[in-house]
Design a binder for this molecule. Structure first.
Ligand code: SF4
Length: 382
């Protein structure tokens, strides 16, 4: 099989794929490797990396899409406020995210079509600037450690006008990784490709617990195909040798200790709390909530809206949607009967079909299993 086409350095890619095949051939059992970042899933699917894996090496996506795991409750709040005349700012990939409410409008796009003032912005700085007109506004802030410092920076600096507040739905990735490893032992993960962007903030050292506490190889990886291939190779080497270590493959960007300034901003403005993950439930120490000293920027406090609680937790995936299993690496998008039938990139039904980091959207656009099958048929005729 020619593995060169999509790769910048075809010689190196071919070499790595050959080594992966040789090491996998030495292993008796199945090795499941989870990526925890939507962009890694994009690289793997877009470049057909699954098609290059030996039969006993399985690559599965984890809960690495912040839009997919944002509870519908927060979308419902944003829609409600928008329909009541509050201007809502958000990022583009949240715009079509369905809430949990059965009634219309079910997302911010529909609210806007009904006349609500919903604005897509590229950064929090844009929302701060536009709010200088004094209109009552909220920002629906979704994302992992990568985006949290950008949301919290203006709050930390006191640069937010009084008429702008935030629905903070920032989530933390090491706690959900721990949760997956502890709660889904029936689906053993033998290696983890740790998120590169997130680690640029948290630091590579944050992932040490995966190797030390769970005995699982973990590699912080970059996003080029060759980065991902090297990370897979490193994990397989460790599995073969019976080792479990943390390796920083993305050292050109990720430092061991991370971005200290960004971490200080998160620590100063927010406390770490147990938080809801869509379709999954409440995960200990996995969310950020604004500290009391910053509560004037908290939209829930400002409008007297209760935080999402375990008691009020509802089944928040649309009926039939298997997003929870997809984000936990227990099912593939193609296992969902709605995939590309009821649920499409043009008309997403479930949350994993909305964002460019959502596994279902990535598979729908770039092939997923179909690409894998197509390549196998082409190169390995029955
Ligand atoms: Fe949910 Fe759509 Fe994915 Fe099915 S295809 S799991 S409905 S997002």
């Amino acid at each position: 099989m020619d593995v060169s086409a999509p790769f910048r350095d075809p010689g190196i890619s071919r070499l790595i794929v050959g080594k992966i095949a040789r090491i996998a051939g030495d292993l008796d059992d199945h090795v499941k490797i989870m990526d925890f970042c939507g962009t890694h899933e994009w690289t793997i699917t877009h470049y057909g990396i699954r098609s290059l894996m030996p039969n006993n090496v399985e690559l599965v996506a984890g809960p690495g899409c912040p839009v997919c795991i944002t509870p519908g409750y927060y979308v419902d709040i944003a829609v409600k406020l928008a329909m009541e005349g509050v201007r809502v700012f958000t990022f583009g990939d949240v715009y079509r995210l369905p809430g949990s409410s059965k009634g219309a409008p079910r997302n911010l796009e529909e609210a806007r079509s009904e006349g609500a003032d919903v604005k897509i912005v590229y950064s929090v700085a844009d929302a701060v600037k536009l709010s200088s007109d004094g209109k009552e506004s909220v920002f629906l802030a979704v994302g992992f450690e990568t985006t949290a410092p950008a949301t919290l920076g203006p709050i930390y600096r006191g640069a937010v006008p009084d008429n702008l507040s935030f629905i903070v739905v920032h989530r933390l990735t090491p706690p959900i990784t721990k949760y997956v490893l502890e709660n889904y032992p029936q689906s053993p993960i033998r290696g983890i490709i740790a998120p590169g962007h997130v680690s640029a903030i948290t630091g590579a050292a944050e992932w040490k617990f995966v190797a030390e506490d769970y005995g699982i190889p973990v590699v912080v990886s970059g996003f080029e195909p060759v980065d991902v291939l090297l990370s897979i190779l490193e994990i397989l080497r460790q599995v073969r040798d019976g080792r479990a270590e943390l390796v920083n493959e993305y050292s050109r960007v990720v430092r061991w200790e991370g971005n200290l300034r960004a971490k200080e901003i998160m620590r100063s403005t927010c406390e770490v709390v147990e938080a809801g993950w869509r379709g999954i439930g409440f995960v200990p120490e996995s969310g950020l909530r604004l500290r009391k000293g910053y509560s004037k920027y908290d939209a829930l406090v400002r409008y007297g809206i209760p935080e999402l609680s375990k008691e009020a937790w509802l089944e928040d995936l649309p009926p039939g949607c298997r997003c929870a299993e997809v984000t936990l690496g227990m099912a593939k998008p193609t296992d969902c009967p709605l995939f590309r039938k009821v649920c499409t990139p043009e008309r997403p039904y479930g949350p994993c079909m909305v964002s460019s980091e959502g596994t279902c959207l990535i598979w729908a656009k770039y092939g997923g299993d179909e690409l894998l099958r197509g390549l196998r048929e082409e190169f390995e005729p029955p």
